[in-house]
Every structure is written in C-alpha cells, then in structure tokens.
Design a protein around this ligand. Structure first.
Ligand SMILES: [Zn+2]
Length: 280
C-alpha cells in the first residue's frame, strides 16, 4: 500500500536537485552531505520498497536511496510550493513533485546505499513484513517451531519478521488466542500460522484506519503511532473486559514495556511445578 502510493509519485521523474536542510539526517552517508547531493542529482527512482522501518528507492544507476524512519521520520510526497513542514530535513525536487524527508527527533536518516538497488546490504538481515507478497509463511512457521523463545519475543525479532511492534504483537496474539509466553517449539503449526494471519489482519486494519494519505500511512509504518484506541482489543486495556469473553485484560512486564492479554482466551503456558522433595 505504502509502496504503491510512493511509487506512483516518484518514478520516472529525474531528481533535479537535492536540498539537505540539516546535516544530521544524512550523517550515515560518510562522504558527507555534498557527496550525497551530487550522487542523487540527475538520477531517477525506479521503485519504492520497504522493510521494517526502512524504505529504499532503487536508482537507475544500481544504487539506492535508503531511508531509516527511526522514531519520527516520514517520507512525504508533496506538490511543489506546498507549505514546508516544520521538521523538513531533506527535499528532493522531482519537477512536478517533491519528495520530502521530515523528521522531528532525527533518530532516522537517509543514506546512499552503494549497489543497493536490489536490496541494500545494510538491511539484508531484516526479514520481510507479513504484508510483503514475498513473505515466506512456511519458512517463518518452521523457524518459530525450532525456537525456545516465547512467541511474542519472536514476533518482535526483526530477523524473523518485520513490521510487528509491541502493540501489533499484543493485538495479533489476542486475536489468535495465543499467550505471548508460549514457546515456539511447543506451538502447533496451525497456531503459528494463525498468529501470522492475525498479524496481517491487525496491520491491514491499522493501514485502513490510517487513511490513504502518505502522512498517515507513514505514521503507521513508523512506530505504530497511528493505531487508535478504539480499535485496540488488548493493548492498553488493563482491567477492562475482554471483548470476546468478558475476563479483565491483564498486564505483565515485557522487555521494559508491557504485554496485555486475556488470561482466559490466551492461556499461559504451564510452568512445571517444582518437585516435592521426598521425605527421608
Ligand atoms: Zn477473553
């Protein structure tokens, strides 16, 4: 969705000029901002692709523009003359369109990925997201079922699947009726597939609610901030009744954050009871 939208606006329009408004977003381009500008000027974007919080736009010379969205980064397409965003950092003039990198906190940034048109090596370790047509369901299920980690931790592991953050994971696990602490190795194939399908349902719902503007889509892509209270079933609903069974939603700590789940719909894994010491 994101990819299609972006592509429609940036393809086949040579980059007329590049304006770096702040050096920080291009800090990962080690030869510096001037080189960044020189290498992109005159090139044409041939596609727009996404993996996790990264976007990359292959160029007609085999390189690619790689964007890390960080916590607050957005790639926007605007008509020339559109009022500048407050945190506009880099602007690409494409003639009848502008591609703008907007980032308030500047944890993200842009770089030129050498030879990265097919897949920048910087992000080769990041798995596809479940909405990517190339996502390998069977491979994912196999890897999960070989793991001794909990399923929620696995959903947040970028080398297995990208695009699923803490909120989406809780929502998907609630939808699938699977407790996040259940160990991959102990899940049935159908359970893992159900969780994966639930991730897709949640992600599609979030995209749908975010509307169709680039702005909203990218906010969604980036950090899940576009996911709205009214559609959440588990996340943030501690103490409120589960919409499926009425049991109050519970919260437990999880990797410096929280996990929300329904203790009835999502049975916790059984913890082996300590054996009683036989009396002498
Ligand atoms: Zn429930």
């Amino acid at each position: 969705m994101v990819r299609r939208g972006l592509e429609a606006h940036v393809l086949d329009r040579p980059v007329r000029s590049v304006e770096v408004r702040h050096p920080r977003p291009v800090r990962r381009h080690l030869p510096g901002p001037d080189d960044f500008v020189a290498r992109l000027t005159g090139r044409t974007f041939t596609a727009a692709r996404r993996r996790g919080k990264y976007l990359w736009l292959p160029l007609d010379d085999g390189n690619a523009l790689l964007a890390h969205l960080g916590m607050s980064g957005q790639m926007l397409v605007q008509l020339p003359g559109t009022a500048e965003e407050r945190n506009l950092r880099v602007r690409f003039d494409l003639g009848d369109r502008e591609l703008r990198f907007v980032d308030q906190r500047m944890f993200g940034g842009l770089a030129l990925a050498e030879g990265g048109a097919e897949l920048p090596h910087e992000i080769a370790h990041i798995a596809r997201d479940p909405l990517d047509p190339g996502f390998d369901d069977d491979g994912f299920v196999r890897r999960v079922r070989r793991s001794t980690s909990g399923i929620k931790r696995l959903l947040l592991n970028q080398s297995l699947v990208s695009g699923v953050g803490n909120i989406y994971a809780d929502e998907a696990l609630w939808l699938a009726g699977v407790h996040g602490e259940r160990i991959g190795r102990q899940l049935r194939r159908t359970d893992v597939q159900r969780v994966l399908d639930a991730c897709r349902t949640v992600m599609l719902a979030a995209l749908g609610e975010g509307g169709t503007s680039f702005d909203a889509l990218y906010v969604n892509v980036n950090g899940e901030s576009g996911y709205f209270d009214r559609s959440l079933e588990a996340y943030g609903r501690v103490g409120l009744p589960c919409r499926r069974c009425g049991t109050p939603i519970r919260r437990v700590p999880f990797m410096n954050r929280s996990s929300f789940f329904c203790p009835t719909c999502q049975r916790a894994p059984r913890v082996p009871r300590p054996r009683a010491v036989p009396r002498g």
